[in-house]
Design a binder for this molecule. Sequence first.
Ligand SMILES: CC(C)(COP(=O)(O)OP(=O)(O)OC[C@H]1O[C@@H](n2cnc3c(N)ncnc32)[C@H](O)[C@@H]1OP(=O)(O)O)[C@@H](O)C(=O)NCCC(=O)NCCS
Length: 164
Amino acid sequence: MKDLLIRPYRAEDAAHLAKVFHRAVRRSTGAHYSLVQRMAWSPRPGDGTDWHARLSEIETVVAELPSGPVGFMALNVEDSFVDFAYVDPSVRGQGVGAALYAVIEGRARAIGLSGLQTEASRVAEPFFRARGWVVLHRQVVKRRFIGLPNALMEKDFGVAEVAA
Ligand SMILES: CC(C)(COP(=O)(O)OP(=O)(O)OC[C@H]1O[C@@H](n2cnc3c(N)ncnc32)[C@H](O)[C@@H]1OP(=O)(O)O)[C@@H](O)C(=O)NCCC(=O)NCCS
């Protein structure tokens, strides 16, 4: 996609990314999640302060167009976990998620992680599967007392252990 920049998260992104999250949940997941489920997942556009606390403690990458941030994904290095994967509905399906993911997987490999896990929504499951991920098990997580089905997924990089 023309003019797309993938870069590290900055504090001033938080309010934009809170909106991207809310819009992605409300507008891009309706094929798999009911309105009640989507409302439980994201009741209202979040507060930038809350989001800064969540996104600054992990390695978050941001997809930016000249108009502003349009997506984000995050790597929690401590538990080899991909924590967020949200792209604004206005640019969904145009390669933004793929560009974010390439940076996240590249970073994970560069620092020597042997693989990654995530909890993928039903929307994101095919996206990860197409990138070599497998479903470990399906589960239902609770958000504000409402059940949301997702899948614990994993990608093993197949890094051979080097003998000492
Ligand atoms: C999942 C998500 C992050 C993907 O981002 P995106 O920018 O739309 O994805 P891309 O355009 O980069 O798609 C890359 C590839 O995955 C495929 N893909 C993306 N979403 C897909 C879906 N729901 N079903 C099937 N294929 C999908 C695309 O067709 C594309 O295939 P290609 O590389 O062969 O052309 C985005 O759609 C989103 O925010 N979804 C709603 C929120 C959500 O559920 N997030 C995940 C929480 S775990």
